[in-house]
Design a protein around this ligand. Sequence first.
Ligand code: CP3
Length: 344
Amino acid sequence: MTQRKTLLRALAGETLPVPPIWMMRQAGRYLPEYRATRAKAGDFLSLCYNPELAAEVTLQPIRRYGFDAAILFADILLLPQALGADLWFVTGEGPRLSTITTQADFDKLGRGEMIHDTLSPVYETVRILRRELPEETTLIGFAGAPWTVATYMIAGRGTPDQGPAHALKAENRALFQAIIDRLTEATVDYLSAQIEAGAECVKLFDSWAGSLRGQDFTDFAETPARTIIAALKARHPGIPVIAFPREAGERYVGFARATGADCVALDNSVSPEWAAEHVQVDGCVQGNLASSHMVTGGQALVDETRRIVKAFSGGPHIFNLGHGITPDADPENVQIMIDTVRGG
Ligand code: CP3
């Protein structure tokens, strides 16, 4: 059957006259309708675990803007919670988790097969979305990559430099590796369940990959991604995978080959011209407009959007931001970006 969904065509390696477009955090606080639904749910985690409301916020940016893809509304930290970590969000500050720094902490964690009890509402959200999304819209499932999720589990919160995770890696390599391995295994189970529920593509978010250097990048960014992607493709032949090793810099080069990813998502610290030459040669790329343009708008937004479309026009490309849209973004600027991508 000929594939009609533009996002899946780009992921299959097709160069399209107009790139498909979606946005990281497209369901989020910059939208008044998101804030209203979140208030109805009570708090962020209650929203994640309420399939009707999570599906509703996923659909909001599709209705408003007609993006080519919808991303499941959930969070990368639901997986550690399903493995037994405590998780809560402090308003205005971010996530908090019970920390894992000793073997005894690790021994309390469950294994992959127990996650589905906690995560079944997420799979229900996926099922609702597959019924309700327009037929041309692709549904993306996702998980955090093991290293990024481990940085939150070890520190118990977000950190500017992932210091606690680097310290554990240096001081107790065996325990650190055990955490990575447990997350790798559980991520395969989690993403498989999303695919079985109807996700048509999955994305691995390695937001802190940029703080891994040299052999550490190979061992803790590339190797877990390769293991996860190989296992998913063995269970679900043909499932496309987008990998986002954020701020990988020169390590973006060859990342698709090293991991088997169908698409590499780029942050905006690399220029689109450089990435077209060195990364897009291996296949589809996604990105990479700075999300600050969604706040500042104006001619610079239009110029930079055109520059990115042009730089990547010689190969498969999915237009996106370089990171998530921020709460202070102007919803009008999102429309200007879309019109520029689609209308030139
Ligand atoms: O992109 C989407 O629209 C899909 C949903 C999604 C969320 N988080 C919703 C969310 C996705 C894909 C994520 C991924 C995620 N979560 C990452 C990786 C991507 C990245 O941004 O680097 C990370 C590191 C997290 C962990 C996380 N969740 C943090 C650090 C925070 C607090 C920071 C913040 O923006 O408030 C969250 C909360 C979160 N996840 C929000 C949303 C919409 C804001 C929560 C709210 O409504 O108050």
